[in-house]
Design a protein around this ligand. Structure first.
Ligand SMILES: [Zn+2]
Length: 165
């Protein structure tokens, strides 16, 4: 009986140890920058992600994202989700007097402060290679957006890419 108990305890400990070291997600990091807004996958959505007002959400908004595009761009998608949470945290869905250009700049700044650093570098690479919204008037050219993102992240002490950006 004593032996059985010893073995049982050993197995229990082993089980606990295993569950502690198992990573929960590839990008754990802080959840502090995430608003309490549902993220809704829609493979037919024509953009990476966007915010929509929705009274059923505790924040009054939901984030719709395209899981197919997300899979293609990898970790950059995490950056874009933080960008969308930024729009909501900054109240962009309830006040429309901030110009689109300022809104996008501030949401990028928010993501630069809150997204896991490795996802920022992946997004930075994507912009540097010309990947960004086609609406340059609002976002700036992809290269300008990359530069701006790097500077925001540096300012926040959240930059892990090359020194010279
Ligand atoms: Zn945006």
């Amino acid at each position: 009986m004593k032996n059985f108990l010893t073995i049982f305890c050993f197995l229990l400990l082993a089980a606990c140890k295993t569950s502690v070291v198992t990573p929960i997600s590839t990008y754990p990091s802080s959840t502090s920058g995430l608003t309490n807004s549902p993220e809704i996958p829609n493979p037919n959505f024509g953009d990476i992600a966007a915010v929509f007002a929705d009274n059923r959400s505790p924040t009054g908004a939901v984030i719709v994202y395209n899981p197919v595009i997300c899979q293609r761009i990898g970790a950059a998608c995490i950056f874009f989700k933080y960008h969308e949470h930024g729009h909501i945290a900054l109240g962009h869905h309830v006040n429309s007097f901030v110009t689109p250009m300022i809104r996008e700049r501030d949401a990028d700044n928010y993501a630069a402060q809150n997204a896991p650093p490795e996802t920022i570098v992946v997004a930075w690479n994507l912009f540097n290679n010309g990947g960004s919204s086609s609406n340059w008037h609002t976002y700036g050219s992809p290269r300008d957006r990359a530069k701006r993102l790097c500077l925001f992240a540096k300012q926040a002490g959240n930059w892990s890419g090359p020194d010279n950006c």
